[in-house]
Design a protein around this ligand. Sequence first.
Ligand SMILES: Nc1nc2c(ncn2[C@@H]2O[C@H](COP(=O)(O)OP(=O)(O)OP(=O)(O)O)[C@@H](O)[C@H]2O)c(=O)[nH]1
Length: 528
Amino acid sequence: MNSDAVEAGQLKRLQERLDSAIGSRASLEEDLKSQSSLFLQFIDKLSRVCKGMDLELDNKLANFRSLINKSEPIEVIEEHIKTISVLLKQQATKNDINIRLVHEKFVEASTSLQKSKGLPPQTRRQLRDLINETGDGKDTLIQYMPVLSELLELYNQAISTREEIPKQGLLNSQPTAATNISAVSIDQALLDKVIESINKLSLSARYQQQLSQLKEQINQSDNADDIINSIVNAFSLIASDLKEERDTAKTFLSSLSNTLTTVQNAVSSTLSENDVNMKKHHELNTALNNKLDEISESVDVSESLVQVKDEISTKLLSIAGIIEKKVDVEKDSHSRLEKKLKAMEAKVKQLDSESKNFERKLHKQIQKNFTDPLTKLGNRAAFDDAMSKIIAAPSSSKAAIVVMDLDNFKNINDTFGHTAGDKTLQVIANTLQSAISKGTFAARYGGEEFVLIYKNIEQEALEAELNNVRTKIARLPFKFKNKKVSITVSVGATHIRHDDNVFISFERADKAMYQAKTTGKNKVIYDA
Ligand SMILES: Nc1nc2c(ncn2[C@@H]2O[C@H](COP(=O)(O)OP(=O)(O)OP(=O)(O)O)[C@@H](O)[C@H]2O)c(=O)[nH]1
């Protein structure tokens, strides 16, 4: 082989190696390219995950991306990696703190929801499970996302059930944004209690009308502030009425005390005047006796009849003077006594009329305390009083008690409003009062429940009368919002037995009424 051929062979091998080296480099470059693209993607994803956690970390990652894009020298990139890894470490510590905080907030929010009243049982169960499941905490913030969303959902459920609480019933309003706010901010149960208490109140005529207006405002307003204002105004009316009542009693008592003081003074001054008069009388009597003694003495010592006559006529003159004085003293004391007695009489008369006035007011007050202001029937207190009297001293063994409850009354309130409900109660009370036999005691026991007490009635007559009342009520032509409505009552009755107490007989009648309800309503059931 010549040298040319050798060189040519070497050159070819070199060429081949070069080609292979170029190929390897190209493949290396390809690898590097794809790795750096993977790295870039990773950095991009890391930036996105970390986005918003920390501003400095955000900026550093953005810089880092551009450095890699620009293929900056490895030292520069290394420096950046160091800074980013410190920031990521700090971020991990921050994360732990945040997890603890989120867990605390979760526990706080979930237990306060758990304590809130009126949670539907299903929501309560879900909440309990969620609290148990979350236990001592989660490892990452991300794991809290579903937990927190579930808690939010439970809050949502709790709030929506609250909004369902019938503001429609009492306040008769359509659910608008504004009403929802009121419904949430004013507790409906509390509002019911306020209305119930106002219904039981009976103020003097002057305030009663204003109180009714305020009740109407509370019923019809959707605005929490207005409702609270009306409640406050109702309280101030009650306070004014009480004050007036107390003032009347005070005025009467102070007038009574003044009159008694005047009479006492008059009596004591009369007594002391009497003492003075007695003294004067005594003095005049002594003077008279002295004159009479003087006459008998002068008769004894006189020597002639003429002398006796002169002496006696002189003495008689002075006796006449003394008697005149006595008469004057008596007249004077008599007229003064008469004046005093007249003054006393006038005072006593005035006091008598004030007492009668006060008695009338007291009587009215007692009546008022025993009257249901809405229906004007007796109230619960009047019923308790009548019932305890009849139990303590039954006038006959045929005394009976009746409990009567309106059927589906909630519907009336819910559909036509509370005012329509009030009117219904009034009409039914009037019908009841006019349909029962004379001498029967009727009261509104509370809400839509009425009670009757019969002093003396046989079972047959009682059932006949109650069925008559029931039918009359059912036939009442109620019409609300142009809609005819029929209202019925369920009635329970029983005779009061000799060994009954107030509660036992009431309970028997109440159970009978309940039986009437559960067996179809609009009926009378007698418990023998
Ligand atoms: N308008 C008005 N409603 C009252 C008054 N007192 C109680 N109520 C209402 O009477 C209703 C009684 O409802 P429920 O106890 O459910 O009885 P109901 O709808 O009559 O049903 P049943 O008794 O089973 O026939 C409630 O809506 C109360 O708000 C009141 O003084 N005025």
